[in-house]
Design a protein around this ligand. Structure first.
Ligand code: NAD
Length: 353
């Protein structure tokens, strides 16, 4: 078929390197701001306070209450803190939970965001916000959600625990996997995702035994940027739907759930579109689903939903919820297909495709 695509362009400015945290003040000023509220989780409050000290008068304070899946009650408290602080922008220092809080403030107030990602989850380059209220997670896309500036500092990832390093990277690989078959994919995203697969494949086994290895950390963070860019530009399908259902309705941990599902969703769709997933099988081994399962085993990632706290009777309800709203996927599926896929992920079976 003749080549045809739309490339929407990229609007987020990216600063990538080692020690780039020192450039955050310049980036805030470059956006025209003189007061920034710094956001973090409670776990990373010390880092946020240290950044506030470095920023001096540019820092309007620290809000260290970010939580996973962006609960709207936390956001309301944070918006009040943002307004009271006199800040005109936010600086989000942390993983996807902190980035999510910054996005939630931005979509409500129009504030600019400078994001400093410290995991590989990949929220920073996207216009997507998932929020939870009353036990339900809803997701929306809006240009106002996409951060203005992302500062990647390799040094900040040196402290990422090995287990989270692996699951977070598999979370990023899931963005690329679904980008490879996305109907709105484009050659820039495909090239970035191919490079990301190679970089993760090289870096993760090194980080397993040497988590302080700066070169491997740089490769992994670079790959995470590529995968985040993919998530921010093209449509996701079955994999992200199932991760969303398990996270939103069953409280399953985010990156671990993505990691366990990935070989199974890949295998399911590879059976229909193997040619579109050769960038996975070329790097991780063929067939693509089995290759990713073997790689996950090698890097010590979790393999069974059962080990993440899901109960077997939950699988029926998860399949029902996943079927509720129709959405595009490269391979059509029935409820039985989804139930079988979840069972395989529950047991951690090695896929055959
Ligand atoms: P997280 O942000 O919840 O971080 C997990 C824990 O690790 C936190 O306690 C955090 O403080 C800590 N941590 C983070 N970086 C660290 C580091 N370098 N050293 C030591 N500790 C560190 O986890 P996550 O997986 O990055 O993000 C998950 C959340 O992000 C979910 O809510 C998910 O829905 C969201 N997300 C959203 C998008 C999007 O585009 N909207 C994309 C990906 C993820």
């Amino acid at each position: 078929m003749t080549r045809a695509f739309i490339f929407p362009g990229m609007t987020t400015r990216v600063v990538f390197g080692v020690g780039t945290l020192a450039q955050v003040a310049d980036e805030v000023a470059r956006l025209g701001h003189s007061r920034a509220l710094i956001l973090s989780t409670p776990h990373q409050e010390d880092q946020a306070q240290a950044l506030a000290s470095t920023l001096g008068p540019l820092a309007a304070g620290v809000f260290a209450g970010a939580a996973m899946h962006t609960p709207t009650d936390v956001t309301e408290t944070a918006v009040a803190a943002y307004k009271a602080s006199g800040a005109t922008c936010v600086v989000s220092l942390g993983g996807g939970s902190t980035t999510g809080l910054g996005k939630a403030i931005a979509v409500r107030t129009g504030t600019d965001q400078v994001v400093i990602p410290t995991t590989y989850a990949g929220s920073e380059m996207t216009d997507i916000l998932g929020e939870t209220a009353g036990g339900e997670k809803t997701t929306r896309r809006d240009p106002a959600i996409r951060p203005e500036v992302v500062v990647y500092d390799v040094d900040l990832t040196l402290t990422l625990p090995v287990a989270l390093t692996m699951t977070s990277a598999l979370n990023a690989i899931a963005h690329a996997m679904e980008a490879f078959y996305a109907p709105d994919r484009n050659p820039v995203i495909e090239a970035m995702c191919r490079d990301a697969m190679r970089a993760f494949h090289t870096a993760l086994p090194v980080l397993q035994s040497d988590p302080q290895n700066r070169d491997a950390r740089a490769e992994a963070l670079y790959a995470a940027w590529c995968c985040s860019t993919a998530l921010g530009q093209v449509s996701m399908a079955l994999h992200h739907k199932l991760a969303h259902v398990l996270g939103g309705s069953f409280g399953m941990p985010h990156s671990e759930t993505h990691a366990v599902l990935l070989p199974h969703t890949t295998a399911f769709n590879a059976a229909a579109v193997p040619d579109l997933l050769t960038s996975i099988s070329d790097v991780f081994g063929a067939p693509a689903g089995a290759g990713l399962w073997d790689f996950a085993t090698r890097i010590g990632a979790p393999l069974r939903l059962a080990d993440l706290g899901l109960r077997e009777p939950d699988l029926d309800r998860a399949a029902d919820i996943a079927l509720k709203n129709a959405y595009w996927n490269p391979r059509p599926f029935t409820r039985d297909d989804i139930r079988d896929l979840l069972q395989a992920a529950f047991e951690g079976r090695r896929p055959t495709t």
